[in-house]
Write a new protein. Structure first.
Length: 272
């Protein structure tokens, strides 16, 4: 896996850590981040190779679910342009992006592109896909049995991950399949809203004391996962990013609450 961490900034000093030292704290691997994106995805952009005009990428909006290995499942109509394209050539890619959920900069959101053949499913595989897909999209039950609809699956051969500015890599298919989605993902948005709305003073203390950004004037918790959380910090010199770890991985909202309380106590103890 190759990872790019630097963008050329005007006037920046040469060297990977010259401007923003990389914090060596526990964090999800890029494969884990991709599996989490896939597990939460409900819509995606499917790109196929057009028949007319021939060879051009053709992008279309599709609904999606994933199986236990993170492989995208699609319910496609025979009348759709992308279905005809896939019938002619199965090579495809699927772009899945993190929901904006109030974030101001869309380029700071996580996204991935899964690349691989996308082919129809039959028999037991189609039946299993039906169950998985309807669990994610109950309203599809109104048309799932129409004769012109069928299930397809994209089998990734490679995945490109971009997690915002300076966080990007190619993920091998085996690493992606073996990774586990983050257990906090279903509750992450609620946790972030609660911390940023009801405990803004604590979030600022995290930034000032625990992250060491002493001139912070404001801070927002932008993500949370089993290993820790990330902050967008406002300073007189401009925005800064920080990541803080939990003492141990967490898997439930109650464990998150206890970990957050412990970090608040640590911050207050250091500043006393």
């Amino acid at each position: 896996m190759s990872t790019t961490t630097d963008h050329g900034r005007p006037g920046a000093v040469a060297g990977p850590d010259a401007e923003h030292p990389v914090q060596k704290v526990p964090a999800p691997s890029h494969a884990e981040r991709c599996r989490t994106l896939a597990e939460r995805a409900r819509v995606a952009t499917l790109c196929t190779l057009a028949r007319d005009p021939a060879g051009y990428p053709y992008g279309s909006l599709v609904t999606v679910a994933v199986d236990a290995h993170g492989r995208p499942l699609l319910l496609l109509s025979a009348l759709a342009e992308h279905t005809g394209n896939l019938k002619a050539r199965p090579e495809a890619s699927l772009l899945i992006a993190e929901p904006a959920e109030g974030r101001l900069d869309p380029l700071a959101l996580g996204r991935m592109t899964l690349i691989g053949p996308c082919r129809p499913l039959e028999g037991a595989e189609a039946a299993a896909a039906r169950t998985t897909f309807l669990a994610a999209h109950p309203r599809a039950s109104y048309y799932v049995d129409f004769t012109d609809f069928s299930f397809c699956r994209l089998d990734p051969v490679s995945i490109r991950y971009v997690g915002g500015f300076g966080r990007m890599s190619w993920i091998e298919a085996d690493a992606y399949a073996a990774a586990e989605p983050d257990p906090l993902a279903p509750d992450a948005a609620r946790i972030l809203e609660h911390m940023n709305t009801d405990h803004a003073d604590a979030v600022l203390a995290y930034a000032k004391v625990l992250a060491g950004i002493k001139d912070a004037t404001g801070a927002t918790m932008t993500s949370v996962d089993r290993y820790g959380f990330e902050l967008d910090v406002i300073t007189p010199a401009g925005p800064k990013a920080a990541r803080l770890p939990f003492d141990a991985p967490v898997t439930t909202t109650d464990e998150v609450r206890k970990a957050m309380v412990a970090l608040v106590r640590e911050a207050r103890g250091r500043s006393a």
